[in-house]
Ligand binder design. Structure first.
Ligand code: DC
Length: 222
């Protein structure tokens, strides 16, 4: 059966790597919805809009032509034809994306973009509201968590791998702040989706996370 699988959860739980691995194991397409929000945040930054709520930010996200693309088992982003897959991971983007994603007009732009990818099933989508709002009828809705300390440790390692050395306590504080924002916004907040399954990954390896979700998907007919 051709399933849609959603994987939501707080920052640093390993959603992206896990979702990509699950998609590869099942031969499904992988949709990184955070990357779409990041693409719009980069467009706003490039237009000089440092404040997510400014008219310049909204004008920029409305004007830009954003296209996700797939290569191997990963997903990339193009803005007006330019490949920005690496650029959307910059720290300025990470800071702007959370407040920007709380703006209704921004979520409206991305709703049809995401739904279109799920039309034919065989999709693993990761984000904050993919199970609660975007694909409420998904056959498997995973809520991926890990305790804050572990998520901060993973994020520090990820940053270190790209050559950025940061104070661990500061990374932890930023993750906590982003979770608070993403969970407390009024529109499509990060919540446990109805009918969802929690997978707590504290102490699990990425391989174990992937295998656990693939097993759940198989139980549901994937
Ligand atoms: O998963 P990520 O760190 O790449 O996500 C970046 C931000 O985008 C995150 O702080 C909240 C927002 N986001 C969202 O609001 N809804 C989604 N489905 C995915 C991400």
């Amino acid at each position: 059966m051709d399933l849609v699988i959603t994987i939501d959860g707080p920052a640093g739980a390993g959603k992206t790597t896990t979702a990509r691995g699950v998609a590869a194991a099942l031969g499904y397409r992988y949709l990184d919805t955070g990357a779409l929000y990041r693409g719009l945040a980069l467009a706003a930054l490039r237009a000089g809009a440092g404040d997510a709520g400014s008219p310049a930010a909204l004008a920029a996200v409305r004007a830009v032509r954003m296209e996700p693309y797939w290569e191997g088992d990963g997903m990339g982003i193009r803005l007006d034809g330019e490949d920005v897959t690496g650029a959307i991971r910059a720290e300025e983007v990470t800071r702007l994306v959370s407040p920007l994603s709380a703006i209704p007009a921004v979520r409206e732009i991305l709703l049809p973009v995401q739904r279109k990818e799920g039309e034919h099933g065989r999709l693993v989508a990761d984000g904050r509201d993919t199970g609660s709002v975007i694909f409420p009828d998904a056959r498997l809705k995973v809520f991926l968590t890990a305790d804050l300390e572990e998520r901060a440790r993973r994020r520090s390692l990820e940053l270190a791998a790209s050559g950025i050395v940061r104070n661990h306590a500061e990374v932890r504080r930023e993750i906590e702040e982003r979770d608070r924002r993403d969970s407390s916004r009024s529109l499509a907040p990060l919540i446990f989706p109805e009918g969802g399954v929690e997978v707590d990954t504290t102490g699990m390896t990425i391989r174990e996370q992937i295998d656990a979700i693939v097993a759940l998907a198989r139980e549901r007919g994937a």
